[in-house]
Design a protein around this ligand. Structure first.
Ligand SMILES: Nc1ncnc2c1ncn2[C@@H]1O[C@H](COP(=O)(O)OP(=O)(O)OP(=O)(O)O)[C@@H](O)[C@H]1O
Ligand SMILES: [Mg+2]
Length: 176
């Protein structure tokens, strides 16, 4: 099998926005399945949202979908204390980071995150901690809890138009 070509998106590429209301964890899992299907090396997803929004839930479902495609099922532990968990899901490497407790962005350089931005699928919670390491052209995914419905989340995905087009057709909801 040939590896998918790296597709790190450059700043300045056309971008589009896709939004949806996710009525339940199952709806968020469906979005994660669709996302896993279009994930490529060099794609960085900056996952924004408050504590408990579902950032880890989304990331874990993306990773578990990719694992299931390989016939592998490992634990997907939270990277809250380790900062990063990595998965070799050939042809795709996945980095899942939770930067909530990051105090020094230099730690991320030591971990090799900059190289991972070029070669892996990166799923980054609390990306505001990245500072100047924030990659150009990343997908910005924002999950917002609905104050009136415990299990409902609003999701907004701002990303390269080619990816948003594929995602919106998989989800059967047109872009904005
Ligand atoms: N529609 C939904 N989408 C995602 N998660 C949901 C939804 N409805 C309820 N939940 C629940 O909300 C919780 C989200 O927890 P999760 O750890 O993913 O949040 P988080 O955004 O990663 O928080 P933190 O900032 O602490 O890392 C889970 O228990 C999940 O089952
Ligand atoms: Mg989390």
């Amino acid at each position: 099998m040939t590896s998918p070509a790296p597709s790190r998106h450059k700043a300045g590429a056309p971008r589009s926005v896709w939004t949806a209301d996710l009525a339940s964890p199952d709806a968020t899992a469906s979005l994660a399945h669709a996302f896993a299907a279009i994930a490529t090396p060099g794609l960085c997803v900056l996952i924004n949202g408050p504590v408990g929004a579902g950032k880890s839930f989304f990331a874990r479902n993306v990773i578990q979908t990719l694992m299931a495609q390989k016939g592998a099922l490992e634990d997907v532990p939270s990277p809250t204390f380790t900062l990063v968990q990595t998965y070799e899901l050939g042809p795709l490497d996945v980095w899942h980071a939770d930067l909530y407790r990051l105090t020094d962005a230099g730690e991320l350089i030591e971990l090799g995150l900059e190289q991972a931005f070029d070669s892996a699928l990166c799923l980054i919670e609390w990306p505001d901690r990245l500072g100047s390491l924030r990659p150009d052209g990343a997908v910005e995914l924002t999950m917002t809890p609905d104050p009136n419905h415990q299990d409902r989340r609003h999701v907004r995905i701002d990303g390269p138009t080619d990816l948003i087009t594929r995602l919106s057709s998989a989800m059967e909801i047109p872009p904005e």
